[in-house]
Design a protein around this ligand. Structure first.
Ligand SMILES: [Fe+2]
Length: 380
């Protein structure tokens, strides 16, 4: 993503062969046509070889966004379902971004590919590995996992796994202001290149059989049936690949007085910014108010997922809670929260935020887990 990675065996030069009798088949996997980040993959078999195409419709999530208000959704109430292919609960969405919860009930040997969206997973609970054409990437609780659109993969996850997922039509990247002229993550950023884990390529699978790849579009899957194992890559190099980063490795920025959410920014796209609130010391001004002031986000909707710790500015919040604070209506600490926070030394909270530039609409699934009294929780 920001640094060059090389794995396995590669021809000496791109677009050439080393041994005419032992050709490796090169695939360019890239964003923005041929201008964006890309990697070159070398397959044993033709990646275009598909025995059969079928399609399956996906039931479209219905929107039920009225009345317009701040919301509290209890995602712990959502049930276990399916796999990464068919088990994602969409709780909020707009034209560019989907917010989902995945609590898989099983593992599958079938593969998945998202045709339209980059995916960012936050591991609220569980562990496992992402197995893709680019290798194996292990993950654990409190990791982020970035998955570029177009990657063929499957998840092998523990059965207590619980993921928060953001899908974005716009590329999810590291914030540009964290990068220097050379693309290196700068000093002063909340994480460093060394913290980013990349997949480890294993020996290529040179196997025949029946392999299904579910390619997700807006409201249907194209299902590819392949007769060679898709994990047949002998080597790859480049800048586009899945990666993971542990939030426990991140170093939150603190100040003399309360720092606003942008200092906790972790990733960004044209349609949203992603931030992470982590355990940290509070401000060192002797009279600081250590929690946020009232704020009126006139250009963004603010989504927050509470993963662990004590959430000081909110009452009635539990691990797995998600709040949505919408534009146009002011929000901030609930009554008594400021008084309760003064004098506190720090917080142990872990929470994931996105700010979206278009309004996030509530889905029917989101409605089912909504705390209906939340918008009145400031009136006491
Ligand atoms: Fe807020």
């Amino acid at each position: 993503m920001v640094f060059y990675v090389k794995q396995g065996r590669l021809p000496e030069s791109r677009h050439t062969y080393d041994d005419r009798n032992n050709l490796r088949l090169e695939e360019l996997f890239g964003e923005e046509s041929f201008d964006g980040a890309f990697s070159l993959l070398y397959h044993l078999h033709e990646p275009t070889r598909v025995k059969k195409f079928t399609s399956q419709s996906i039931e479209k999530e219905k929107i039920t966004d009225e009345p317009y208000s701040h919301r509290h959704l209890k995602t712990s109430e959502l049930g276990r379902k399916g796999t990464i292919i068919d088990g994602k609960h969409t709780i909020l969405s707009n034209q560019r971004v989907r917010v989902q919860i995945l609590k898989p009930e099983r593992n599958t040997s079938d593969f998945y590919r998202n045709a339209l969206n980059d995916m960012l997973l936050f591991v609220h609970n569980g562990s496992g590995k992402l197995v893709s054409t680019m290798g194996e990437l292990e993950f654990a609780q409190k990791d982020y996992i970035y998955i570029p659109k177009g990657l063929t993969f499957r998840l092998e996850n523990s059965l207590d796994s619980y993921f928060l997922i953001f899908q974005s039509k716009d590329d999810i990247t590291l914030p540009g202001r964290y990068l220097n002229l050379y693309g290196q993550i700068k000093e002063g950023s909340p994480y460093y290149a060394r913290d980013i884990r990349v997949p480890v390529l294993k020996k290529p699978a040179d196997e025949t059989g029946s392999y299904l790849v579910y390619v997700e579009f807006e409201d249907y899957f194209v299902v590819e049936e392949r007769d060679y194992n898709p994990l047949d890559v002998e080597g790859w190099d480049g800048y586009l690949y899945p990666f993971a980063i542990s939030t426990e490795k991140m170093a939150p920025i603190v100040g003399k007085i309360h720092m606003p959410p942008p200092v906790h920014e972790t990733f960004s796209s044209k349609s949203m910014m992603v931030g992470t609130f982590l355990p940290r010391k509070f401000d060192f001004h002797p009279r600081s108010v250590p929690i946020s002031y009232y704020h009126n986000n006139i250009d963004v909707d603010e989504f927050l997922f509470y993963s662990s710790g004590n959430f000081m500015s909110r009452k009635g919040i539990e691990p797995g809670s998600a709040t949505l604070h919408v534009r146009g209506i002011i929000h901030g600490p609930q009554p008594g929260a400021i008084e309760g926070a003064i004098g506190k030394e720090g917080t142990d909270e872990v929470a994931v935020m996105i700010e979206t530039y278009d309004h996030l609409l509530l889905t029917e699934t989101g409605k089912k887990i909504e705390d209906p009294d939340y918008s009145m929780s400031w009136y006491q």
